[in-house]
Design a protein around this ligand. Structure first.
Ligand code: ZN
Length: 138
């Protein structure tokens, strides 16, 4: 069995962002040489997500509004976590959007359903953060 590991780095200019990372993940898959197996992609931080959905700007603004409704950033003092930090909302948003995705690898390609794309969801940005790509197979 082959095994491949790579870290991708992201540093967003804004506190929150959604980035389509499908091209970088596809590069990893090509580099791995794996044709049949499983690909795991996860955020290595507890205030960021990796998730699969549609690359449609209206939907991304709907996600932003939805998450702000459930876990508004402000006022900061509404959260017990915000004693030394101001990122309680980011932890909650990350929990809602998830930590990781697993995608089947078939014939050397990501075996996606229609419109599926992989996104990095940043909820407490403006610093360098890591995403792990792990691929196992043959
Ligand atoms: Zn925190």
């Amino acid at each position: 069995m082959k095994s491949y590991r790579k870290i991708l780095y992201f540093n967003t200019k804004t506190r929150r962002a959604f980035i389509n990372i499908t091209p970088q993940v596809e590069e990893c898959l090509a580099e791995s040489g794996i044709k049949e197996g499983l690909l795991l992609c996860n955020a290595m931080h507890i205030t960021a997500s990796v998730f699969i959905n549609d690359d449609e700007p209206g939907l991304h603004s709907d996600f932003e509004a939805f998450l702000e409704k459930l876990a508004p950033e402000k006022p900061y003092d509404q959260y017990a976590h915000n004693g030394f930090e101001d990122n309680a909302d980011a932890h909650l948003k990350r929990t809602i959007m998830g930590r990781e995705v697993v995608v089947a690898v078939t014939n050397g390609k990501l075996d996606f359903g229609p419109w599926e794309q992989i996104f990095y969801g940043e909820f407490d940005g403006k610093r360098t953060k890591k995403v792990l790509v792990k691929i196992i197979g043959e």
